[in-house]
Ligand binder design. Sequence first.
Ligand SMILES: [Zn+2]
Length: 100
Amino acid sequence: MKKVTSADSLITINHYKNLLTSEGISAFLKNEHFGSIMGEVPFQEVWPELWVAHDLDYDRALQLIDSAKIADESPAASWRCKTCGEQIEGQFSVCWKCGA
Ligand SMILES: [Zn+2]
């Protein structure tokens, strides 16, 4: 058994677990009931953890999680305004300069 990653929310860690399970990797959670012991240990110590049952799956699991993290965090590609030519960050849908 090997620990793959931890996350600060059960939603995130379950998302990763489902990802691994759907790829045929046997994965399970530790500390998933971390809320009940909060206050006694530092918060980070009790983050829910994702483990793989078989060490052989570890590298592949890590890759899957990494690509999921990148997909979650990277903003949409930036674009260029057709009206004024300004480069706009991907999270904006209108041009901040001319409003197009
Ligand atoms: Zn513009």
